[in-house]
Design a binder for this molecule. Sequence first.
Ligand SMILES: CC(C)(COP(=O)(O)OP(=O)(O)OC[C@H]1O[C@@H](n2cnc3c(N)ncnc32)[C@H](O)[C@@H]1OP(=O)(O)O)[C@@H](O)C(=O)NCCC(=O)NCCS
Length: 330
Amino acid sequence: MDVIALDDPTDAQIRQWHAVLTAVHAADPAGEPAPEPDQTAARLLGAEPASRQRLWAVVDGGIVAVATLRLPGEPGADRPAEIDIKVRPGHRRRGLGGRLLAVAAEGLRADGRSSVIAQVLAGTPAVPFLESHGFECVLTLRGLLLRLDDVPAGRVAGLVAAGPQGYGLVRWRGVVPGEHAGALARAKHAMADLAEYEGAPWDAHRVREMAQVVAKRGDDLYTVAALHQGSIAGFTEVVVPLGATGRAAQYDTAVVPEHRGRRLGIWVKAAMLEWLAVERPEVREIETDNAGDNEHMLAVNAELGYRRERESLEFQAGAADLPGAGPRPR
Ligand SMILES: CC(C)(COP(=O)(O)OP(=O)(O)OC[C@H]1O[C@@H](n2cnc3c(N)ncnc32)[C@H](O)[C@@H]1OP(=O)(O)O)[C@@H](O)C(=O)NCCC(=O)NCCS
């Protein structure tokens, strides 16, 4: 079995890659919607200068295992890369995951990165796999799901109407308008008090870059922000993926420290639900991950009607702690 790099994946390779994702999804207890072929193709072809990615696959007749290494920012950027490895259920425990990790570790070091993160489901083989390869768990994330059909009539409108005095709402689709870019970056910086964003400073450039990454995949990014004297005091983002799967994903929500405690978080989230109901009525569910110790956001989401679905863990490893590719086993 060979490990190959897919610098420029062919249609056939994309189809085989997708078949691996489908097989892994079928064995996955998380209950998430199955990946769509268009989504897989967009993600594999979606690398662009601001956020590069490298792809590898193990071939045994066809592709049986895949790895994606996302490299946000420029080479050598002081930001962790992200690794995702998937092995067909029938090919596990034969060292394929480990081989892909070793190749990706070389890619990580070649890009001048000092660390890599992986987000995995608690209670799955990914946990012992990562632990046996030098990764440590740095964050617990609660996966929550809001079923819009379960939200009582009038709750969203009531929350929107209860917005605090002195604040206004602004919203946009896609990349942030120029006049709000700097303020949005400052508001995103407010999230730096969460462990998951340590070492990843936000500026106007990165804010735009993140929106471009989403657009390049074919997904739609919606943002609602609360303004105070023309500047962003808090915001929330939702991404509606390519293809009408009915499930959208909550991205960042933050309120800058001096504006906390005024129910701005729940206000922008309720305004987002009101907007999506008109703009994207096909969205019936929204999923989100909250840090297990982020009591305020968990309380906001509980009040909106989010229910706990699963627990994810974020693992991190230093580039120096990861195995090298070494000699290929015969
Ligand atoms: C996690 C995953 C990639 C591991 O792939 P794999 O090819 O089976 O992994 P390897 O054969 O290289 O395993 C290497 C070591 O990891 C550990 N490990 C892997 N799976 C394990 C399991 N189910 N139980 C206990 N230990 C396990 C073992 O120490 C193993 O060595 P051993 O077989 O000599 O005991 C695979 O299970 C998978 O695709 N899971 C679903 C997708 C996923 O969660 N990916 C996230 C990973 S970033």
